[in-house]
Ligand binder design. Sequence first.
Ligand SMILES: *Cc1c(COP(=O)(O)O)cnc(C)c1O
Length: 408
Amino acid sequence: MTAASAPAALPAGFAAGPQTDAVRARFAHVAMRSAPAPMAALSHGVGATVWDVDGREYLDFLAGIAVNALGHAHPALVAAVSEQAARLVHVSNYFTTEQAVGFAERLVRLTGAGESGRVYPANSGAEAIEAAVKLARRTGRPRILAFEQAFHGRTMGSLALTGKPSLRAPFEPMLPGVEHLPTDLDALEAAMGDDVSALVLEPIKGEAGVVPLPGGFLTAARELTARHGALLIVDEIQTGAGRTGDWFAFQHEGVVPDAIALAKGIGGGIPIGALVTIGAASELFSLGQHGSTFGGNPLATGVASAVLDEIERSDLVRNAARRGEQLREGILALASPLVTEVRGRGLLLGVGLDRPVASAVVAAAMDRGLIVNAANESSIRLAPPLIIGDGEIEHFLTIFSASLEAAT
Ligand SMILES: *Cc1c(COP(=O)(O)O)cnc(C)c1O
């Protein structure tokens, strides 16, 4: 193997098994060079546990980046995939299905969008944001405001909104009219005007290391956008579907946005996204102005409905709130000298570290059978499945404590 195709080194402290190494080497040959070296090659999972191709077991506290809301191989998801696959997988947007309509109705109900609520079904988070960008353009106003350090996706429209200059720079010129502000009400007030089409924001910046908006910020942003006739578009791609202990994070502050971008957890692992609009925003698109071949596909929408139904039936939204508090208290009680704070809400938590050792913590955790994520070098992101209970939390705290110690 040439040096150029060798897998990138994993952080010291985690040595993968031989089968994993073999798959990683093949990955390094065939994957686009934009793909990072995989931590492991996973084989199967049950609940909050996954196994790699060497048979090593891991407690999964990342859940495919806040995607596997029901964990792995949940019977409700398995049944929905199997039954829908045997019935009808795809029909194109020349037709509709009971599954597509039921999914849209469910999102309207859960978001509280009400009578004026409308849904555009997409296939990913970035596509939900692309729809939001086109929606903003339909106001006829040229400017879109977003925040520094925000993450909204990697396609050209969603990348333009993403507040990390290093991600945008290789692909300039960007979509014109987008401005990134510090997450600060004075900056927002100064930038806001009647030429602003939309403000796009995450209630909690997940990719930035789980950084919540300051208390009251969302309410103030709603007042300011309303005063100037600008849309407030909330990106709930990571925070939605019960993850933060409410169905959607905007509901904690009781604001009503104009549009909500969704993906990740709403499908429990099936690729799906959606843009939900409310009120006048539901009238901005006219016939034929947006669409997708796969969007609203009965397999994806049928499975997403089953996932959302199970979250409701088993009250996993409340479980996320309760387990999130339990986790936060448990982590703080470890009294690790590395841990400065636990940010976030429900089961989307960011553990702040006092030095840049997050990838060493991740490697130490992998070595001990735990998957967590280094959102950046001073933050560990936790986004376990919403189904976790006392057993998983206890197991997590034991391994996480040892991993922090190993990285100290
Ligand atoms: C993951 C994510 C996206 C992009 O979603 P993809 O499905 O990866 O395209 C956008 N916004 C937020 C907040 C996300 O967490």
